[in-house]
Design a protein around this ligand. Structure first.
Ligand SMILES: Nc1ncnc2c1ncn2[C@@H]1O[C@H](COP(=O)(O)OP(=O)(O)O)[C@@H](O)[C@H]1O
Ligand SMILES: [Mg+2]
Length: 315
């Protein structure tokens, strides 16, 4: 059986930008300013290469060779790092910043490889090939003969850990290699046709990223667990408005950080937002208000998600 998946089967939900919802989600991300700005610039140039020429005209006339070095980079950015550090969240929302910056509509086609492509042999390869077919078809319609594209497409290959597996890894299956090859072929198709399309790949395993994939990446952005200041920001922005005082916030920042004897890592962003904060609220609900001392106890009793380690630590 070799039927090509339909658009709806491949991408559960397309996201189009600009839109308010991704805009506010993007604004809520903490500590990712560098990743945000690098990603927005790279995507902006893939969509509108003439922007760079206009910049050069203004500041550095006659520097085509330098511009080519920037513009010839392949349309791939890798987002790598620990679980719950904002890779998916940034990938799903950055299109809004680019759409506003370039004043065009952008569509995100999100393909997750963790929930898909684990069935019969050849499925991952087929999913990837089909995803690139749709991306190329869509982007071809948006390309304009000269200058700025009418719109752009971002293909998000999320949870791409199987693909990030190095081709040199001995236990790698034939099927995985075929998947990597399909991915590389897809990137090259978009690059060769100079389409207004970009590919974002998210992985927890930077250390195992296939060299051929890494070589094609215009940039590899790394994501880490929040430090003290970032945890403080996430916690205080949610808990101060409901009356928690400074010393309880201080105690929460400590309780959610690395613990000298027990563990050398602290809470992830998602441990804070999706586990700790809801537990604090549900502990008080429905009969009492949130209590600072109780919130600290809850944090102390909770264990953070262990870091994703495969050989060497991730970025
Ligand atoms: N940098 C961050 N700032 C604020 N919240 C974050 C950040 N990173 C992750 N989160 C929270 O954690 C959740 C999971 O993040 P996600 O992007 O899915 O992580 P992953 O890196 O595993 O893809 C997000 O929905 C968001 O609520
Ligand atoms: Mg993710």
């Amino acid at each position: 059986m070799n039927t090509k998946p339909t658009l709806d089967e491949l991408f559960e939900r397309r996201i189009t930008y600009p839109d308010f919802e991704p805009q506010s989600r993007l604004a809520r991300l903490v500590g990712l300013d560098d990743q945000k700005s690098r990603l927005a610039k790279i995507l902006g140039l893939l969509v509108n290469p003439s922007g760079l020429a206009e910049w050069a005209q203004r500041h550095h006339p006659g520097t085509q060779a330098l511009l080519d070095a920037v513009l010839r980079r392949p349309p791939l950015v890798v987002l790598a790092g620990d679980v719950g550090s904002g890779k998916t969240e940034l990938a799903e929302t950055i299109g809004d910043a680019v759409a506003r910056q370039e004043k065009i509509d952008i569509t995100l086609l999100p393909l997750s490889l963790s929930t898909r492509g684990q069935g019969r042999v050849g499925e991952m390869t087929q999913l990837l090939s089909a995803a690139f077919d749709y991306t190329v078809a869509e982007a071809s319609r948006l390309k304009s003969a000269s200058g700025k594209a009418r719109g752009a497409v971002i293909l998000l290959v999320d949870e791409a850990d199987a693909l990030a597996q190095s081709r040199e890894t001995a236990q790698m299956h034939h099927e995985d290699r075929a998947g990597v090859n399909a991915f590389i072929r897809g990137i090259d198709r978009i690059a060769n046709a100079k389409l207004p399309a970009a590919v974002l790949m998210c992985t927890n395993r930077l250390s195992a990223l296939d060299p051929a994939v890494r070589r094609r990446a215009a940039d590899v952005l790394s994501f880490a667990r929040p430090g003290d200041e970032q945890r403080r920001f996430v916690l205080s922005s949610r808990l101060e408005p409901i009356g928690l005082g400074r010393h309880h916030i201080d105690a929460l920042v400590i309780a959610t950080g690395p613990q000298r004897s027990a563990r050398d890592y602290g809470f992830t962003f998602s441990d804070l937002t999706q586990r700790l904060l809801p537990s604090i609220v549900l502990d008080a609900y429905p009969s009492r208000p949130v209590n600072g001392a109780r919130a600290v106890e809850i944090a102390k009793a909770m264990t953070p998600t262990p870091p994703f380690r495969d050989g060497e630590p991730v970025a």
